[in-house]
Design a protein around this ligand. Structure first.
Ligand code: UT7
Length: 329
C-alpha cells in the first residue's frame, strides 16, 4: 500500500523583512529584487532564543491537532533541514522532546532545498514497507541564522519557515505518493552553494568567523542555470513516467527559490499559470520549508480534493534535486 499525506501544517514567523528594509541595509533596490527573483518580503524568526526546532515544534503540534492524534501515536519524526539547532543532537530529536513523542525514533536529513522531498520519499518508503503507519515529515530552516546581511547576492533571497505532513497508509489503491525520483550531483554542484565554516573541514575559529565562512556562499548564476535544467527535466520525467498530460496536473508545487525558475519549469511542462503554486513573493526561499509550506497553504484554501494530481519538484545545494507525484486521497 502506498503512503498518503493525511495532514499538513506550516509555521511562518510573524516578523517581516521587506525589500525596502533591505534597501536601507544594502546596495540593492526593490525593483531589482522583484524583477530578478519575484520576492517582495520574507519572514524572520527574530527571537534569538528560538531556533529551527521551535518552528518544527509549532508545525508538529498543529499536525497532531489536525489529525486528532497524540504525540504517542507518532512512530518516526524526520526533519529536513540545513540549519539544525546544532550539529548534534538532531533537530528531529529536539522536536521529539518538544512534543513528547516518546514512542518515535527521530533523525534529520540534509539535502538543502531538496531536503523535504528526500525526507518525504524516505518517510513514504517506511510506510510502504509496512513497518510504520504514522510518520511525521517536517521541512524547516532558519535561513536568517546563516545569511550574511552584508552580502546583497544572498541576503535578499532567504527567509525562515517550516512546514510538514503526516504520512499514513493510503486508504485506497491508486492514491497517495505514487512516484518519486531523487538525484544528486556532487561532482558538479558541491562548490557552488555552500557554507564552508563550522564543519569538520573548517571547525569554527576566530579566523573562520573573520572570513565569514559561517555564512552561505552562492554562485547564483551557475546555480540558476543548473536549477532551470534539472527542475524542468525531473518535472517532465514525472509526467512521462506517470502518463500525465499538462491538463491532468492540478497543481505544480515547485521549490520556491526564484519566480523565474518556477516559471521556466511550468513553461517546459506546459502547465497553466493558475496551477502553479507560488508564494516566493511573501516568504522568499525557506529552503527545506518551501514545499510543505505550499502544501499547507493549498490545503488550508481547500484546494486539494480526492484525486487531485500534484507534482512536487525541487532543486538545491549539493546539487540535489527530485520530483514526487501525489494523487491526493
Ligand atoms: O534554493 C537553492 C537554489 N538556489 C537558487 O535556485 C538560486 C539561483 N540563482 C538565482 O536565483 C539568481 O542567480 C540570483 C537571484 C541569485 C541572481 O540573479 P541573476 O539574474 O543571476 O543576477 P547576477 O548574479 O547575474 O547579477 C546581475 C547583476 C550583477 O551586476 P553586473 O555584474 O551585471 O554589474 C550583480 O552585481 O546584478 C547585480 N546584483 C544586484 N544588484 C542589486 C546582484 N545582486 C544584486 C542585488 N541588488 N541584490
Amino acid at each position: 500500500m502506498k503512503a498518503a499525506i493525511t495532514a499538513t501544517a506550516n509555521y511562518l514567523p510573524p516578523d517581516i523583512l521587506t525589500n525596502h528594509e533591505l534597501e536601507i541595509m544594502l546596495e540593492t533596490n526593490d525593483e531589482w529584487i522583484r524583477s530578478r527573483t519575484g520576492i517582495s518580503e520574507r519572514r524572520i524568526l527574530k527571537d534569538p532564543a528560538k531556533a529551527t526546532s521551535y518552528m518544527c515544534g509549532e508545525v508538529a503540534r498543529q499536525l497532531l491537532e489536525k489529525r486528532a492524534m497524540t504525540a504517542d501515536d507518532i512512530e518516526v519524526i524526520i526533519v529536513a533541514t540545513m540549519t539544525p539547532d546544532m550539529l548534534f543532537p538532531s533537530t528531529a530529536c529536539i522536536t521529539q522532546s518538544i512534543i513528547g513523542a516518546t514512542n518515535a525514533w527521530a533523525f534529520d536529513i540534509n539535502a538543502a532545498c531538496s531536503g523535504f522531498l528526500y525526507a518525504l520519499n524516505i518517510g513514504a518508503s517506511l510506510v510502504e514497507s509496512g513497518s510504520h503507519k504514522k510518520v511525521m515529515v517536517i521541512g524547516a530552516d532558519k535561513m536568517s541564522s546563516v545569511t550574511d546581511y552584508t552580502d546583497r547576492s544572498t541576503a535578499i533571497l532567504f527567509g525562515d519557515g517550516a512546514g510538514g505532513v503526516i504520512l499514513e497508509p493510503a486508504k485506497k489503491e491508486g492514491y497517495g505518493i505514487l512516484d518519486a525520483r531523487m538525484y544528486s550531483d556532487g561532482a558538479n554542484g558541491k562548490d557552488h552553494l555552500l557554507m564552508t565554516g563550522g564543519g569538520s573541514r573548517n571547525p569554527s575559529t576566530h579566523e573562520t568567523i573573520d572570513k565569514r565562512m559561517h555564512y552561505i556562499h552562492q554562485d547564483g548564476r551557475q546555480v540558476f542555470k543548473a536549477a532551470v535544467i534539472a527542475m524542468a527535466e525531473v518535472a517532465e520525467e514525472m509526467m512521462s513516467r506517470n502518463h500525465l498530460r499538462a491538463e491532468d496536473i492540478d497543481y505544480l508545487v515547485p521549490h520556491q527559490a526564484n519566480q523565474r525558475i518556477i516559471d521556466a519549469t511550468a513553461e517546459r511542462m506546459g502547465v497553466d499559470g493558475k496551477k502553479v503554486v507560488s508564494n516566493v513573493a511573501r516568504y522568499g526561499n525557506t529552503t527545506a520549508g518551501t514545499i510543505p509550506i505550499c502544501l499547507a497553504e493549498l490545503d488550508e484554501q481547500h484546494k486539494l480534493q480526492t484525486g487531485s494530481n500534484l507534482v512536487l519538484v525541487s532543486f538545491g545545494a549539493g546539487y540535489t534535486w527530485g520530483g514526487i507525484y501525489v494523487k491526493w486521497q
